[in-house]
Design a binder for this molecule. Structure first.
Ligand SMILES: [Fe+2]
Ligand SMILES: [Fe+2]
Length: 133
């Protein structure tokens, strides 16, 4: 079962940004698999940690690109990254505090968490980068 089905609606056209996003989607899609396994709680917690680490590194890469190319919306875009990271850390804290085994139906880490950001903000950034390249 895939939570995030990668199709070209999520493609920004920027190779580095897209490969980061695809890796994030791959990690997200591990959540439903690991939740059903023995030691699901522990495994899901690890995947969650990987998602957050990858997201953090990815946001930094985008912010570096924005700074290098003097993207005019850098402040707004970086603020969105900070908000997404905060939401993920809150979710992780709640997940860690809940001792029960994860029920996949109850894992509500929002698939839309990153999708809207990709669809609007990252695509806007990629269009800008394509013009300035
Ligand atoms: Fe972004
Ligand atoms: Fe992104």
């Amino acid at each position: 079962m895939n939570w995030i089905v990668w199709d070209n609606t999520l493609d920004t056209g920027h190779a580095l940004i897209d490969s980061d996003h695809q890796e994030l989607a791959r990690l997200f899609n591990l959540l439903p698999e690991t939740a059903g396994m023995p030691r699901g709680k522990e495994l899901c917690g690890k995947v969650l940690g990987q998602i957050i680490a990858h997201a953090r590194a990815h946001f930094e890469r985008e912010q570096q690109l924005m700074a290098e190319h003097r993207y005019p919306k850098i402040a707004q875009h970086s603020a969105e990254h900070a908000m997404l990271l905060d939401q993920a850390l809150i979710y992780q804290a709640e997940f860690d505090a809940n001792a029960s085994e994860p029920d996949i139906a109850l894992i509500d880490f929002p698939e839309v968490w990153l999708s809207f950001h990709i669809l609007f903000s990252d695509k806007d950034l990629a269009r800008f980068l394509a013009q300035t390249a």
